[in-house]
Write a protein that binds this ligand. Structure first.
Ligand SMILES: Nc1ncnc2c1ncn2[C@@H]1O[C@H](COP(=O)(O)OP(=O)(O)OP(=O)(O)O)[C@@H](O)[C@H]1O
Ligand SMILES: [Mg+2]
Length: 250
C-alpha cells in the first residue's frame, strides 16, 4: 500500500505539490493524471525517497518513509520517467547490480534475474550491452529491475511512452498480474486509454492539488454524467477543452 498524508513540496515560494492526500490499496492500480507541470513526477519522486517533502507523511507498506526509510524503500519498486542505465553493462549485469543494491544475493539471484529477463522478453539479450538496446528494450529492462526484489508497492512515471503495441500490452499484462498478487501500483500517465482500461481508481492533480479521485464512472459523474471518454472527462475537470484556443489560430 501507499498512503500520502498532507504531502507538500515547495521550491522557494512555488508550491509544486500542495497538500496531497492519496491512498493506493494492496492490489489496486491507481492512475495519476494531470496536465504537464501539475506535480506528478515531484510526488512520485518523493514516494521513491529521491526528493524530501517540505511537509506531510508518506507511508509505504506500513513503513513511514521518514522514520524507516530503508524498510520503506526495500518494499518499493520505482520506475522513473527518464531512467538512467549504465550503457556498458549487459542486461544480466544491470539486473544483478540492481539485485545487489536491494541486498539480494546468494543462489536465488541468477534464477530471479532470468525470470525477469523472460518476463520482459529480454531472455535473448542477457549478455548484450545496454548501449545496443532500443528505447522499448531499455524501458522493459528498467521494469524488470523494479520488480526484481518482489516489491509490494510500485510507483511508475509514464510507463507507456514510446512503447510499441506489443511492448505496451506486455507491460499492461505484467501490471495486472502483479496487482492480482496484491501489489499496489501508482502510475502516472498521459495515455488516457491506458488509464481507462487499467486503473481501478484515478486521481487527477492540477497545480499541485488533487481535484478529483474515483473510478472512471465516478469521475464521469463528477464531470456531469454520461459515458464520455476519459479524455473528455479529464479536459472538463481540468478546465477547458482547448478547442476555443485552437479556433483562434486556424
Ligand atoms: N527542481 C525544481 N525547482 C523548481 N521547480 C521545479 C523543480 N522541479 C519541478 N519544478 C516545478 O514543479 C512543477 C511540477 O513539476 P512535475 O515535474 O512534478 O510535473 P509533472 O506533473 O510530472 O509534469 P509532466 O506531465 O510534464 O511530466 C512544475 O511547475 C516544475 O516546473
Ligand atoms: Mg512528469
Amino acid at each position: 500500500m501507499i498512503a500520502l498524508e498532507h504531502l507538500v513540496k515547495q521550491y522557494g515560494t512555488f508550491t509544486a505539490v500542495d497538500d496531497v492526500n492519496l491512498e493506493v490499496a494492496p492490489g489496486e492500480i491507481h492512475g495519476f493524471l494531470g496536465p504537464n507541470g501539475a506535480g506528478k513526477t515531484t510526488t512520485l519522486r518523493m514516494i521513491a525517497g529521491l526528493l524530501k517533502p517540505t511537509s506531510g507523511r508518506i507511508i509505504v507498506n506500513r513503513h513511514d518513509l521518514a522514520a524507516e526509510p530503508e524498510a520503506a524503500k526495500a518494499s518499493l519498486g520505482f520506475i522513473p520517467d527518464r531512467p538512467f542505465i549504465y550503457e556498458k553493462l549487459t542486461a544480466g549485469e544491470f539486473l544483478r547490480f540492481h539485485a545487489g543494491l536491494f541486498g539480494i544475493d546468494g543462489n536465488g539471484v541468477g534464477t530471479r534475474v532470468r525470470e525477469m529477463l523472460e518476463l520482459f522478453e529480454l531472455g535473448r539479450w542477457e549478455h548484450e550491452l545496454v548501449e545496443a538496446f532500443s528505447h522499448g528494450m531499455k524501458q522493459r529492462l528498467v521494469m524488470g529491475a523494479a520488480f526484481l526484489h518482489r516489491p509490494q508497492a510500485v510507483v511508475v512515471d509514464e510507463p507507456m511512452v514510446g512503447l510499441d503495441p506489443r511492448g505496451a500490452r506486455l507491460i499492461k499484462d505484467v501490471f495486472r498480474r502483479m496487482s492480482q498478487r496484491g501489489v499496489a501500483i501508482l502510475m502516472s500517465t498521459h495515455t488516457l486509454e491506458v488509464a481507462q482500461e487499467m486503473c481501478d481508481r484515478i486521481s487527477i492533480i492540477l497545480k499541485g492539488r488533487i481535484i478529483a479521485c474515483g473510478t472512471v464512472q465516478e469521475l464521469r459523474d463528477l464531470a456531469g454524467g454520461g459515458d464520455a471518454h476519459l479524455t473528455e472527462v479529464f479536459l472538463k475537470l481540468t478546465g477547458g477543452s482547448g478547442l476555443q484556443e485552437v479556433d483562434e489560430f486556424v
